[in-house]
Design a protein around this ligand. Structure first.
Ligand code: PGA
Length: 253
């Protein structure tokens, strides 16, 4: 069965009400204009914009996601957002284990895994991020690191229906640098093998594995035409309607 490509925007800590709403409205009208599309669209704004973006997306086939969540649904966790709060605001997805969370907030594979279980219980689909640092790549550890992250961060509750993997080499995020297409395909194929060991061949063959890290309109076609690349997680270029939509169009959506 063909895997439907997922074009996902990770807005990170960007956008105030006016520009976030305008961005969402722009994406909504472009996606509507595309008519019947081959891809699934997702935007993940900061928590503060979720309600406004939900409204701005009304009527457009664009899913809404959070960028993180806690592993509990309520309680004494100052500053945190729960999976239920995300579904309450209309989210169907949540990004977990992004390298910026792993680096800035010391998130471990174990924590990401716990969050994923809670997110699945709340009915959210998870986009679980993995990827090596430059030092790990230079030491030839890319596949090892990614395999360990998959084994540690992806819970037993993961299925092809509730989980998407995003391979994002840390050194490619926001830098304009990217691996070669061959490198990306090699990692994605290896990740799919590890997923098969962990979750069974059926789930692994249907699970979407996104590439992320300096995806732009000019390189989208190259990456998204690879056999094991099932979409993109887009940071910087998701903040401009034209770029986000050009990536989708160049990917055959
Ligand atoms: P980038 O970010 O597209 O700006 O490199 C990707 C990401 O971190 O998800």
């Amino acid at each position: 069965m063909a895997r439907k490509k997922l074009i996902a925007g990770n807005w990170k800590m960007n956008g105030l009400t006016a520009d976030g709403t305008a961005l969402a409205k722009g994406i909504a009208s472009e996606v509507k204009a595309l008519g019947k599309v081959q891809c699934e669209f997702l935007v993940c704004p900061p928590f503060t914009l979720l309600a406004a973006v939900k409204k701005a997306l009304r009527g457009a086939k664009v899913a809404l996601g959070g960028q993180d969540c806690h592993f509990e649904n309520k309680g004494a966790h100052t500053g945190d957002i729960s999976p239920l709060m995300l579904t309450d605001l209309g989210c169907s997805y949540v990004i977990l284990g992004h390298s910026e969370r792993r680096a800035d907030h010391g998130e471990s594979n174990e924590l990401v895994c716990k969050k994923a279980v809670a997110a699945h219980q709340a009915g959210l689909k998870t986009v679980i991020c993995i990827g090596e640092t430059l030092a790990q790549r230079d030491a030839g550890q890319t596949i090892d690191v990614c395999s360990r992250q998959i084994l540690g961060s992806v819970p037993e509750s993961a299925t092809s229906a509730n989980t998407v993997i995003a391979y994002e080499p840390v050194w490619a995020i926001g830098t304009g640098k990217t691996p070669t297409a061959q490198d990306v395909e090699e990692v994605h194929a290896a990740v799919r093998k590890v997923l098969a060991q962990k979750l069974g061949r059926g789930n692994a063959s249907k699970m979407r594995i996104l590439y992320g890290g300096s995806v732009k309109p000019s390189n989208a076609a190259e990456f998204l035409s690879l056999p094991d690349v099932d979409g993109a997680l887009i940071g910087g270029a998701s903040l401009k309607v034209e770029d986000f939509m050009a990536i989708a169009k160049n990917s055959g959506c």
